[in-house]
Design a protein around this ligand. Structure first.
Ligand code: AP5
Length: 213
């Protein structure tokens, strides 16, 4: 199965992705994580993406399409994928469609995590993230050791979780990402809206039920 996760910044996509991925038995690709790893490694991809990400703007479609093409045809992804934040514009949805078509696959469903702006500003203001494995935390101070088994990283605040960048990310979502949902509906793809507010386990159960897992 190839499943797309969509939702505003802070809706909980990164929190839910490993859980849904384990239930589906397919790996996750998260473009935000790929870009941050490239930034830490100082690669040309990371350097190109940095200014866009710090402001909360989207990196160019061509960059994301390159990541999709490179990743989805590799052996770990041959049986399917959970695409976390990979599709944020209509050209990216079209590009993913053609990459998957060449592999004899298609997007089987889109899960849209629904949340109001007040709650997500609250979440992002309290978020820290492991700089090594990207696990998100709430109420854990910067500099604290990551508690994920086997990870030796420390957590810190993301630059794009500052108030101005959050405001911009929300505006970008409305302008460029919200129309993607209509694109999928028009193309006959199953789009399921999940209430993203509630305990993390409850949200996972809603997502699993939506996928018949
Ligand atoms: P990315 O890293 O994907 O950021 P995002 O989409 O803004 O999403 P977030 O990571 O902020 O939030 P999330 O939904 O994963 O929430 P989380 O689980 O962390 O992308 C970053 C940037 O990269 C983009 O701005 C862009 O520049 C670039 N980029 C990436 N992909 C791109 C693309 N396709 N095209 C162009 N550019 C791209 O949860 C948030 C907080 O809430 C955490 O603290 C968590 O612990 C907490 N939380 C989670 N669930 C719950 C719950 N149920 N109850 C209470 N708290 C909860």
């Amino acid at each position: 199965m190839d499943i797309v996760l969509l939702g505003k910044p802070g809706a909980g996509k990164g929190t839910q992705a490993p859980r849904i991925s384990a239930a589906l038995g397919v790996p996750t690709i998260a473009t935000g994580d790929v870009l941050r790893a490239a930034l830490r490694a100082g690669t040309p991809l990371g350097l190109e993406a940095k200014a866009y990400m710090d402001r909360g703007d989207l990196v160019p479609d061509a960059v994301i399409l390159g990541i999709m093409k490179e990743t989805l045809a590799t052996p770990p992804f041959m049986r399917g994928s959970l695409l976390d934040g990979v599709v944020r514009t209509t050209p990216q949805a079209e590009g993913l469609d053609s990459v998957l078509r060449e592999l004899g696959r298609k997007v089987d469903a889109v899960l849209m995590f629904d949340i109001d702006d007040e709650e997500l500003v609250r979440r992002l203001s309290g978020r820290t993230v492991c700089t090594t494995c990207q696990t998100p935390y709430t109420g854990v101070a910067s500099g604290t050791r990551c508690t994920k088994p086997g990870c030796e990283g420390t957590v810190s605040r993301r630059k794009d979780d500052e108030p101005e960048a959050i405001r911009n990310r929300l505006a970008v979502y409305q302008r460029q990402t919200a129309p993607v949902l209509d694109w999928y509906r028009r193309n006959g793809t199953k789009v399921v809206t999940i209430d993203a507010v509630g305990a993390v386990d409850e949200v996972t159960d809603r997502a699993r039920r939506a996928l018949g897992l």
